[in-house]
Write a protein that binds this ligand. Structure first.
Ligand code: GAL
Length: 644
C-alpha cells in the first residue's frame, strides 16, 4: 500500500482569502490529507439552532478542488458556550466533587443524556450535508477521548447511569454484594440506588467498586462514540477514525475501536518524553530532541492491534509543543524519522499537527509546518522530503511479528485501584517489557487480553494481566511457543478477588504465588545473573523448575513446560537479559541493539532509525545485516532478500 501524508488545518482560524493559497502549498508539499472541523462548533452553530455551514461548504470545496482529501471531524469535544445554558448540568465533575468549568475544551460528561442528544443532532446535520461530498474522504469522531483526564466524571448523570449499569451486570443486589465482598466493613447494600460513586470516601473505597466504575466509564466512552459512528455510517462509506492519545489507559481502546474503521493516534514524541515518561533525567536529557526510541513504536503497535491493521498517526509533532514541562525543538530530521517509523509499523497515513502556528489563544506557542506569518517552519521541508521519498517506494507492507505482547486496559484500572506500592503502574510494566523485547531486536505485535489465536507466534508475553480471559487461557493451552508471564499476571478474579488457587491462577505454570512485596526505589533486589527486581517481587512455591534466583536465594525466573514465570519486575538490564534468554529458548534470532538504534522490517525493506545524537556504524551491530553508518535522526532503508 502506498502511504500518504497530511496535515491538520483550521480554516476558521484564518481569513477566507488565505485558504486557496494554503491548499495549494499543502499540495505542493506533497500532502494528501487535510483534517478540519473538530473544534468548530461555535462557528457552525453560534446560537442554538442558527446553523452556519456555508463557510465549511466553501472550505471543503477549496481544499478538495486543490486536490486534497478532507478528514472531517465532529465538533463534539468543544460544545459552544450556549450549550451550558441549555444543559447546565452537562459538565463533568472531578474526583474532588468540583464541577469542571467552561473555558478550554472537553467540557462535557460522557453520561449526560441531554448532551448526547445534542451531539447526535450536530453529527447528523454534518453527515447529511457532507456524507456524499466527494471531497470528504474520511471522518473523525470528537477529539482525543480521555484527554485532560476526562473519562471519569463523578456527576449526577454518571451516578444514575452507573447504578443502572450495575443492576444490568449483577441482577440481584446480593450478587453484587458477594462479587465485591461487601461483607467487609459492613458495606452491604440493599438496593442499587444506595450505591454512590467511589470518590470522597473516608479512606480508600472498595477496589471492586472502583474497577466497576472504570468499566462503566469506559463503556460510556464506547457508547458515546458509537452514537456518532452509527449516524455517520448511515450517510457515507468513508472510513471513520478517532484520534487516540499516548499513554492513555482510562478507557478500553480495543472496545472503542470496534466501532471504528481506523484507529488513529496523536504522536508527540518530545512532549511525551518530558510529560509521560518514567525515565530519569539522564535519559530525558539524552533523548530530549528525538523522543524515547520505543515510545512511538509501542503505540504504533498498540493501535495497529486496536484498528485490526488499519491505523494512522493523525497528529504528528512538527516542532516544539506548548504543553510539556520543557518543550525543546526536535533535532533536524526527526519530523521525517517519526513519519517513516510510523509507516514502517504499518501506518496508512501520517498527518502533521498543524499547518500554521496559531498566533492566539492556548496553543500560540505550539509550532506548525508554517510560522504564524506563513513562512516555512523547519518541519515543512522534512514533510516534503518524506512525501518525495514515499513516491520512490513501491510498497511498505506489514509483517506479523514473532512475539505477541498482551495489553489489558482492565489491568491498568485494577492496579491503579490497588497498586500495593506507589510505583506499580501497569502501563510502565508493559512498556518496559516492550522496550526489553525491542532492545533485543525483536518485533512485537500487541494483542488484547481476550485474544483467542496465538498461532504463528513463537513467544507470548503477558506481564501484569489482571485475570485470564477464557479465550486467552484456552489459546495458551494450545500454544506451542514459549509463554512468558508475570509478575502479577492472573493474580485476581474478574471480580477483583484473589483466586482460590492463588496467583497466577494457571495450573500449567506449576507454581503459586504465596506472598508479594513492593520495593522502595532505593531497595531493588539484586538478581544472581545481573540486574535487579525493582518495584515488585513475589515469593512462589511449586514444582516449576527454578532458572534463576535473587542473590538472597529467592526463585526469580521459573519454568514449567512451555510457561516461563517472572516472579518480579526486572529493571532495564535484567529485563533485556531475561527476555533475551526467553527469546533464545523460543528459537528467535536476537540482535543486541545499542541504546539509540532501532529497526523494523516491513515487507521487503528493513528500516533502521537513529534516535541518538551520534553517527553509528551499523556494520558493527551483529545480526542487523546493515552496512555503512547512520547519522543522528536519520532513517536508512535496506532491501531484505525475502519478506519476513
Ligand atoms: C493534541 C490535540 C490537538 C492539540 C495538540 C497539541 O492532544 O488533539 O488538538 O491540542 O494536542 O499538541
Amino acid at each position: 500500500m502506498k502511504r500518504t501524508l497530511g496535515v491538520c488545518y483550521y480554516p476558521e482560524h484564518w481569513s477566507e482569502d488565505m485558504w486557496a493559497e494554503d491548499a495549494a502549498r499543502m499540495v505542493e508539499t506533497g500532502l494528501t490529507w487535510v483534517r478540519i472541523g473538530e473544534f468548530a462548533w461555535s462557528r457552525l452553530e453560534p446560537v442554538e439552532g442558527d446553523l452556519r455551514f456555508d463557510w465549511l461548504d466553501r472550505a471543503i470545496a477549496v481544499l478538495g478542488e486543490a486536490g486534497l482529501k478532507v478528514i472531517l471531524g465532529t465538533p463534539t469535544a468543544t460544545p459552544p458556550r450556549w450549550m451550558l445554558d441549555r444543559h447546565p448540568d452537562m459538565l463533568a465533575v472531578g474526583e474532588d466533587g468540583q464541577t469542571r468549568k467552561f473555558g478550554s475544551r472537553r467540557h462535557y460528561c460522557f453520561s449526560h443524556e441531554g448532551y448526547r442528544t445534542e451531539c447526535a443532532r450536530i453529527v447528523k446535520l454534518l453527515a447529511e450535508r457532507y456524507g456524499s461530498n466527494s471531497y470528504v474522504a474520511a471522518w473523525q469522531t470528537d477529539n482525543e477521548y480521555g484527554c485532560h483526564n476526562t473519562t471519569l466524571s463523578y456527576s449526577p448523570a454518571a451516578h444514575i447511569a452507573f447504578q443502572g449499569w450495575l443492576a444490568d451486570r449483577y441482577g440481584q443486589i446480593d450478587t453484587l454484594n458477594e462479587a465485591w465482598g461487601n461483607v467487609f466493613w459492613s458495606m452491604e447494600y440493599r438496593t442499587y440506588d444506595q450505591i454512590e460513586l467511589p470518590n470522597q470516601t473516608v479512606t480508600e473505597p472498595n477496589p471492586a467498586h472502583v474497577l466497576d466504575f472504570a468499566r462503566y466509564s469506559s463503556d460510556a466512552v464506547q457508547s458515546f462514540n458509537r452514537l456518532q459512528t452509527e449516524i455517520i455510517r448511515a450517510y457515507t462509506d468513508a472510513p471513520i477514525m478517532h484520534n487516540f492519545m499516548g499513554r492513555e489507559t482510562g478507557f478500553d481502546h480495543f472496545d472503542v475501536s470496534r466501532d471504528l474503521d481506523i484507529a488513529a493516534w496523536d504522536s508527540y514524541p518530545l512532549g511525551f518524553l518530558e510529560d509521560r515518561s518514567d525515565e530519569g533525567d539522564a535519559w530525558k536529557r539524552h533523548f530530549q530532541r528525538q523522543g524515547d526510541p520505543d515510545f512511538q513504536a509501542f503505540h504504533h503497535d498498540l493501535y495497529r492491534a486496536c484498528g485490526k491493521g488499519r491505523w494512522w498517526v493523525v497528529e504528528q509533532q512538527p516542532g516544539p509543543v506548548n504543553w510539556a514541562p520543557y518543550n525543546p525543538a526536535p533535532l533536524p530530521g526527526m519530523a521525517r524519522l517519526w513519519a517513516w517509523e510510523a509507516f514502517a509499523h504499518g501506518a496508512e497515513a501520517v498527518c502533521y499537527f498543524r499547518w500554521r502556528q496559531a498566533p492566539f489563544a492556548q496553543e500560540q506557542m505550539h509550532s506548525g509546518l508554517l510560522c504564524p506569518d506563513s513562512t516555512p517552519a523547519p518541519a515543512l521541508a522534512e514533510a516534503a522530503q518524506v512525501a518525495a521519498e514515499i513516491e520512490d517506494f513501491a510498497d511498505v507492507a506489514v509483517a506479523k511479528a514473532d512475539v505477541a505482547l498482551v495489553f489489558d486496559y482492565q489491568a491498568a484500572w485494577a492496579w491503579a485501584a490497588q497498586p500495593q506500592g506507589r510505583d506499580f503502574d501497569y502501563f510502565r510494566l508493559v512498556f518496559e517489557t516492550y522496550r526489553g523485547l525491542r532492545s533485543n531486536g525483536l518485533a512485537v505485535d500487541i494483542i488484547p487480553p481476550d485474544c483467542d489465536d496465538l498461532n504463528g507466534y513463537s513467544m507470548v508475553v503477558a506481564p501484569g494481566t489482571f485475570y485470564w480471559r477464557a479465550a486467552f487461557a484456552a489459546a495458551l493451552k494450545q500454544f506451542e511457543g514459549l509463554a512468558v508471564i508475570g509478575p502479577r499476571a492472573g493474580s485476581k478474579t474478574e471480580n477483583f478477588s484473589i483466586p482460590q488457587s492463588l496467583p497466577p491462577d494457571l495450573p500449567e505454570a506449576g507454581l503459586k504465588v504465596e506472598r508479594v512485596e513492593s520495593l522502595r526505589p532505593d531497595s531493588a533486589e539484586p538478581l544472581s545473573e545481573g540486574g535487579h527486581f525493582q518495584i515488585w517481587r513475589e515469593h512462589v512455591s511449586g514444582t516449576a523448575e527454578v532458572l534463576e534466583c535473587s542473590v538472597d536465594g529467592t526463585p526469580a525466573v521459573l519454568q514449567n513446560g512451555r510457561i516461563r514465570y517472572l516472579a518480579g519486575w526486572p529493571d532495564r538490564a535484567a529485563m533485556k537479559r531475561i527476555l533475551r534468554a526467553a527469546a533464545a529458548e523460543a528459537g528467535l534470532q536476537i540482535v543486541d541493539m545499542p541504546r539509540d538504534i532501532r529497526f523494523r522490517d516491513a515487507g521487503v525493506q528493513r528500516f533502521v532509525f537513529n534516535y541518538g545524537m551520534e553517527t553509528v556504524d551499523l556494520s558493527s551491530i551483529d545480526g542487523l545485516s546493515a552496512s555503512g553508518s547512520i547519522e543522528p535522526a536519520d532513517v536508512r532503508f535496506f532491501a531484505l532478500d525475502e519478506a519476513p
